[in-house]
Design a protein. Structure first.
Length: 150
């Protein structure tokens, strides 16, 4: 009888220790995707046309750090499918060239309407997007009519 009580006590203690030693899983918060992720999804869904040489005043410049992202209107110079210089548009309509110290030198080519990611020495990620190069949305499939009772 004493052995049974001792076994039950041991099982109780082991079960109690196991239950209280486990930490609950952290609550996951559903965050709204940042502007970069929203635009990137659109580029991936539709694809984009090639970007020819020239100066584009209709680009979006994204700056990201961790899960935070900001998108700004801007201007970019492109030559040979490579970003040569990029500028952020100010509220007064003027442009300011962005000169951040990068960890790796380019060239930063444009693939599918989005530049390769530039990494600054402060671990900030920069991409340039060409929204006017996104291909138009494809038309959906036409549904057949339902049968009629005659």
């Amino acid at each position: 009888m004493k052995k049974n009580r001792l076994c039950l006590l041991c099982l109780y203690l082991i079960g109690t220790v196991c239950c209280f030693s486990q930490t609950p899983a952290p609550a996951t918060s559903v965050e709204e995707p940042n502007c970069y992720l929203k635009w990137l999804k659109k580029f991936e869904e539709r694809g984009a046309d090639d970007v020819a040489d020239g100066t584009y005043t209709d680009v979006i410049i994204t700056f990201r750090s961790g899960t935070n992202g900001q998108c700004f209107n801007g201007k970019v110079d492109v030559k040979g499918n490579v970003v040569m210089a990029y500028y952020i548009k100010r509220e007064d309509g003027s442009y300011e060239e962005i000169k951040k110290k990068l960890k790796y030198n380019g060239p930063f080519t444009i693939i599918g309407g989005v530049s390769q990611t530039m990494l600054t020495t402060e671990d900030e990620l920069i991409n340039i997007m060409f929204p006017n190069k996104i291909r138009p949305k494809k038309a959906g499939f036409q549904k057949a009519v339902e049968p009629k009772d005659d």
